[in-house]
Design a protein. Structure first.
Length: 311
C-alpha cells in the first residue's frame, strides 16, 4: 500500500515507518523538517513532504494516490482553544482530506489519556473519562474519527474509508534508524545516569505501567493497516505491568556489572503517596484476539537500560 504518514520523523512514527517499509509498503511522510532523519529520507519507497499539519493544500496534494492515511503527529497548545485548533481540528481536516482523496483506511493515534480515570477491568468498551486537557483533546479526536461515517451534502455524498484508533500507553525505545530519535520522556535516562554515578534514585512507591516497546507498538499499526477492521479501538500497551522500582533495580545491577568502579550502590528512595500496591491494569485481550499480538515490555527493558547507561 501507499501510505500517507504524519509524525513519521518522530519517536513512535519512525518505528512505524520502519515496520511499514519492512512489510513492503511505500510512504509519503509529512514532516516540518524532512531531513530530521537523513537515513529515513534517503530510504527507497519514501517520499518526504515538507509541510506542517495546518498546510491543507500540501496535505491534499500529498494524499493523492494514497491507499491509507496514518496520523501519528501530535498538535499542542497551552489553552483549550489552541489544543482544539492544533490537534482536534487538524485531525478533522485530515479525515476529510483523506476521504476526499479516496483513501481506503485511516488510523488515528489517540492515547490512554483519552480513557482517563482508571477503573477495574478497564477495556476499550468503557466510556472515556479524561482527566486533563490532553485527554479531552484525544477523546474529541476519537469521536470525530468514529463519527465520520457518512457523507455530507451533494459534493461529499459518502464516506467509505475504514477508520480505526490506537491508544498508546508509555512507549519506550531508541533509534529505529541509526540517526533516529529516542523517547521524549527522560525517566529511563535519569535513572540510568543516577545508577552510573551512585546517586539516589527518587521514585513513587508502587508506580509503574504496562510498558510497550516502540517496535511492538509499530506491529499493531501494521496489523490494523493490513486488516479489514473498521471503527475499532485498540489499547497499545504491554501485557505485563512493570514497576519503575524494578527498572531502577535493573539499572543499578547493570551499572555495577558494566562499571566496576562504582563503589556504593545507589539508594532507591520511594515516596509513599498512598498508592495501592495492586496495580490497575488495562486489558489488552483485544489485541491478541484480533491479531495474536502479545507485546511484553520486559523483552526490551535490559537492552534499553544498557543503551541509556552507555550515553
Amino acid at each position: 500500500m501507499k501510505v500517507f504518514l504524519t509524525g513519521g520523523t518522530g519517536f513512535i512514527g519512525h518505528f512505524v515507518a520502519r515496520e511499514f517499509l519492512e512489510r513492503g509498503h511505500s510512504l509519503k511522510i509529512l514532516a516540518r523538517n524532512p531531513n530530521k532523519i537523513p537515513s529515513l529520507a534517503k530510504t527507497q519507497n519514501v517520499e518526504m513532504i515538507g509541510a506542517g499539519l495546518l498546510d491543507s493544500e500540501t496535505i491534499s496534494k500529498g494524499l493523492e494516490g494514497c491507499d491509507a492515511c496514518v496520523h501519528i503527529a501530535l498538535g499542542w497548545g497551552e489553552t483549550p482553544r489552541l489544543m482544539l485548533a492544533n490537534d482536534t481540528a487538524v485531525t478533522v481536516q485530515l479525515l476529510e482530506l483523506a476521504a476526499r482523496a479516496n483513501c481506503k483506511k485511516f488510523i488515528y493515534t489517540s492515547s490512554t489519556a483519552a480513557f482517563g480515570k482508571m477503573r477495574e477491568n478497564a477495556n476499550e468498551e468503557m466510556v472515556c473519562l479524561p482527566q486533563d486537557l490532553y485527554g479531552s483533546t484525544k477523546t474529541s479526536g476519537e469521536a470525530f474519527v468514529l463519527g465520520f461515517s457518512k457523507g455530507y451534502g451533494e459534493n461529499f455524498p459518502r464516506v467509505e474509508m475504514k477508520r480505526n484508533i490506537i491508544r498508546p500507553g508509555y512507549t519506550f525505545g531508541h533509534c529505529a534508524f541509526p540517526d533516529g530519535v529516542t523517547q521524549p520522556d527522560r525517566r529511563f535516562f535519569n535513572i540510568a545516569q543516577a545508577a552510573k554515578k551512585g546517586e539516589k534514585i527518587h521514585l513513587t512507591k508502587y508506580d509503574g505501567t504496562q510498558f510497550i516497546h516502540a517496535s511492538q507498538l509499530a506491529k499493531l499499526y501494521a496489523a490494523i493497516l493490513e486488516s479489514d477492521c473498521n471503527e475499532e479501538i485498540f489499547f497499545g500497551l504491554g501485557t505485563e505491568w512493570i514497576s519503575w522500582k524494578s527498572i531502577a533495580e535493573k539499572a543499578v545491577a547493570l551499572a555495577s556489572v558494566e562499571k566496576s568502579r562504582v563503589g556504593t550502590q545507589p539508594l532507591i528512595e520511594e515516596e509513599d503517596k498512598g498508592w495501592s500496591p495492586v496495580p490497575n491494569k488495562i486489558s489488552v485481550n483485544k489485541m491478541e484476539k484480533f491479531f495474536n499480538l502479545k507485546p511484553n515490555g520486559n523483552d526490551f527493558l535490559e537492552e534499553h537500560i544498557k543503551w541509556n547507561l552507555a550515553i
